[in-house]
Design a protein. Structure first.
Length: 122
């Protein structure tokens, strides 16, 4: 890797064309990135949908396992940061079920798993 490169999530992947798989908090001080643990991942089981919070000032990070999917880069979670700095993530199994798995990070830093839901019909 080139000097100065930072790996945010080790042994994981995401599809380049998906919406908002990496974003910042409202202050620009924390980076959120989602990916799916690959076949050779050791920190989390392959197929785990991961979200990493990276503090850009200190370099500290926390990775949250959002659930177990298949090792498919299309399963990474979308990320939305509200003006209140609450974070919402959502993902579903690629080509398996339309059921959404959603988590919310409260302003106190705690992550909550919300009940699975189905998106409205198109």
């Amino acid at each position: 890797m080139p000097a100065g490169t930072t790996t945010v999530i080790q042994d994981a992947a995401w599809s380049w064309f998906e919406d908002s798989r990496v974003t910042f908090d409202t202050t620009g001080e924390t980076l959120y990135a989602s990916a799916v643990a690959g076949q050779r991942a050791v920190a989390e089981p392959p197929g785990s949908v991961l979200l990493t919070e990276l503090d850009l000032g200190s370099g500290s990070r926390r990775t949250v396992n959002l659930g177990q999917g298949m090792p498919d880069d299309h399963n990474s979670a979308s990320i939305w940061v509200a003006p209140s700095d609450e974070v919402t993530t959502s993902w579903s199994h690629h080509n398996r079920t339309p059921q959404l798995q959603t988590h919310r990070r409260r302003t106190d830093g705690a992550w909550l798993a919300l009940p699975p839901s189905r998106p409205p019909p198109r």
